[in-house]
Design a protein around this ligand. Structure first.
Ligand SMILES: NC(=O)c1ccc[n+]([C@@H]2O[C@H](COP(=O)([O-])OP(=O)(O)OC[C@H]3O[C@@H](n4cnc5c(N)ncnc54)[C@H](OP(=O)(O)O)[C@@H]3O)[C@@H](O)[C@H]2O)c1
Length: 329
């Protein structure tokens, strides 16, 4: 891609996260929001005006047909990620798709195959992977600063007052904690320790919608273990604690969009502050730009294989707790 040209973005789905993403997109000098699409014209127009988009469509398909767009950000419920990403790539667009990449490994595999077949850049929007504190601690751990990682304790839980028909509680839309927020602790542990040898997990389910309301997970490795928790019923402290043979690292609250971290070693604690730019989405946007300008179809920081491994881990968690989505029956 020509390095002097701005990269032209389209956004599909004008909901909560699309709104935050668009405000960070405006911070990136070589990014331009050229079109947004919603199922409703009013919503698309309002969102488009708020974020200075050239065009607003009341149909996702119309946005896919717009030849002025380089890359599309998919910000719809999990259950539509696969179909929309595939359609976008087949319309010659690069794609950044919100996490979770898909409902399950089968869908994710089809999406990645499409990226290879169409030669289009494709990445899961796992923004935490590009968080400055996370990048720093990964490098320190890889350099052996806390010795071999032996134990990780990490959670993501808050009390939700969402109504029964909300996306997060609706099993038909992939609702429940596992894909919405459990994915983050699972991601951190996978990033630092790899694919677990064994997984133990238990969930408590919503009485009406049957989605998981809280899930506890243990990932077991040859020489390390991790305990993780995701919940919609109570608040957790949102600190990630990584314990190595020679020291500890804490990613501070809220760890998934950490603004700082500490190293605890030899009875001393050192604090490092690394604020995000904007809300924290800018870092994944810059990674997309770097990949597009280098004509790459995947990121080396969060590769297709990384996404496939993560969704496969979540498939294993769901198998343990006995959770299937209606689309899988
Ligand atoms: N990276 C992060 O920090 C983060 C945070 C929250 C969510 N997410 C991910 O982003 C995705 C969207 O989450 P969100 O919180 O933004 O959800 P949301 O507020 O409900 O927005 C989702 C949007 O998707 C569109 N949509 C298409 N089909 C839909 C359907 N059947 N039901 C409801 N909405 C539908 C709607 O846009 P239109 O009406 O405009 O068509 C809706 O506004 C999820 O996959 C979630 O995991 C990521």
């Amino acid at each position: 891609m020509n390095s002097s040209k701005k990269i032209k973005w389209g956004i599909v789905g004008c909901g909560n996260i699309a709104n935050k993403f668009a405000s960070d997109l405006a911070l990136i000098d070589d990014a331009e929001l050229v079109a947004v699409a919603s199922r409703s014209m009013d919503k698309a127009s309002e969102f488009g005006q708020q974020h200075d988009s050239e065009k607003a469509y009341d149909s996702y398909d119309d946005l896919f047909l717009d030849t002025n767009i380089d890359i599309i950000y998919i910000a719809t419920p999990h259950t539509s990620h696969a179909a929309l990403s595939i359609k976008a790539m087949e319309h010659d667009k690069h794609v950044l798709c919100e996490k979770p990449l898909a409902l399950n490994k089968k869908e994710a595999t089809a999406m990645i195959e499409t990226s290879k077949r169409t030669n289009k850049f494709f990445m899961e929007g796992l923004w935490t992977r590009f968080n400055p504190s996370l990048i720093a601690i990964k490098e320190r751990i890889d350099n052996g600063e806390i010795g071999d990682v032996k134990f990780i304790n990490v959670d993501f839980s808050f009390k939700t007052d969402k109504s029964l028909d909300s996306r997060v509680l609706d099993l038909n839309l992939g609702g429940g904690t596992i894909l919405d927020i459990g994915i983050y602790p699972a991601f951190l542990v996978y990033l630092l320790l790899g694919v677990p040898k064994e997984i133990l997990a238990k969930s408590i389910f919503h009485k009406v919608t049957k989605c998981d309301m809280q899930t506890s997970m243990i990932f077991h490795y040859e020489t390390a273990q991790a305990i993780m928790y995701s919940g919609f019923a109570s608040k957790s402290d949102l600190i990630a604690r990584i314990s190595g043979a020679e020291g500890e690292i804490h990613l501070h609250n809220p760890w998934l969009v950490a603004q700082s971290y500490s190293i605890l070693k030899n009875d001393k604690e050192q604090l490092f502050e690394l604020p995000t730019t904007g809300l924290g989405f800018s870092h994944e946007i810059i990674e997309c730009h770097n990949c597009l300008r280098a004509d790459r179809i995947e990121s080396t920081l969060w590769s297709h294989q990384n996404s496939l491994d993560l969704i496969s881990i979540l498939d294993r968690v769901r198998k343990q707790v006995g959770l299937k989505y209606p689309q899988e029956h």
